[in-house]
Design a protein around this ligand. Structure first.
Ligand SMILES: CC(C)(COP(=O)(O)OP(=O)(O)OC[C@H]1O[C@@H](n2cnc3c(N)ncnc32)[C@H](O)[C@@H]1O)[C@@H](O)C(=O)NCCC(=O)NCCS
Ligand SMILES: Nc1ncnc2c1ncn2[C@@H]1O[C@H](COP(=O)(O)OP(=O)(O)OP(=O)(O)O)[C@@H](O)[C@H]1O
Length: 190
């Protein structure tokens, strides 16, 4: 089975590209979805987060207040490392488990959509890497519009990741998502 590692910077367009694969009925393992599942109430990572960051990171109904935790960890690298140390082992296990499931079903190709593919050195386990690129200004504006965050908060989130230039250097393939979605989709089909 071929494993394609799909990555990029925050809001450069991974989901937009992964939709093309989904449309082709290629299975996708989505790390952002898994990252949400492993912190649902009752999960071991949820309990570890509450022990580490306190109940201020919870909504009144006990679910994780993601914007609140985001404000905390994207403003402080040490705290972000603690968050990663709690969540990443569980995320990696679930990625491996789901990938194995696709292998056992005889799928010829699976796409791993992982924002931190290079930062977490998971690129070692994939056959090929695809980086979705757009210029920093475009990334900033798309992120501000999508997540309704102010410019400083967006820059903090972008600064928490490896630079786009370095990701493009490391990539086997770069998809340029600077223009219209249709142009991006055509590159992905190739
Ligand atoms: C901090 C949290 C609660 C903020 O939640 P929120 O709903 O606002 O954002 P969401 O999870 O949708 O992430 C949006 C994007 O932020 C970036 N991002 C998320 N976590 C991190 C991180 N630890 N370091 C750098 N970038 C990150 C990714 O590009 C991701 O696609 C959440 O991102 C989280 O739990 N992060 C830790 C798990 C993780 O590393 N996830 C990334 C995929 S493995
Ligand atoms: N080619 C495009 N033209 C205009 N807007 C776009 C284009 N591609 C993506 N967008 C918009 O930019 C935002 C970010 O795109 P998307 O959610 O696909 O990025 P992502 O890389 O998956 O982000 P994240 O890693 O943060 O989850 C979305 O609001 C999306 O609708």
């Amino acid at each position: 089975m071929k494993i394609l590692g799909l990555t990029g910077g925050i809001a450069t367009g991974k989901s937009t590209v992964s939709q093309v694969f989904r449309h082709e009925r290629i299975p996708i393992v989505d790390a952002d979805r898994i990252a949400r599942q492993v912190v649902e109430p009752g999960q071991p990572a949820y309990r570890a987060l509450v022990r580490t960051f306190g109940e201020a990171i919870l909504h009144p109904d006990g679910t994780l207040n993601r914007p609140r935790l985001g404000q905390i960890v994207f403003a402080d690298e040490q705290l972000r490392r603690r968050l990663n140390a709690i969540t990443h082992p569980a995320i990696r296990r679930q990625i491996a488990w789901e990938t194995l499931g696709h292998y056992l079903r005889g799928e010829p190709l699976v796409v791993l959509d992982i924002p931190l593919l290079f930062e977490s050195r998971l690129d070692r386990f994939v056959s090929d890497t695809v980086v979705v690129y757009c210029p920093e200004d475009t990334q900033l504006h798309r992120l501000m519009a999508r997540d309704t965050l102010d410019e400083e908060a967006c820059r903090q989130r972008m600064g928490a990741q490896m630079s786009m230039a370095r990701k493009c250097e490391l990539a086997d393939h770069v998809v340029d998502n600077s223009g219209e979605r249709e142009v991006t989709q055509e590159q992905t089909v190739c």
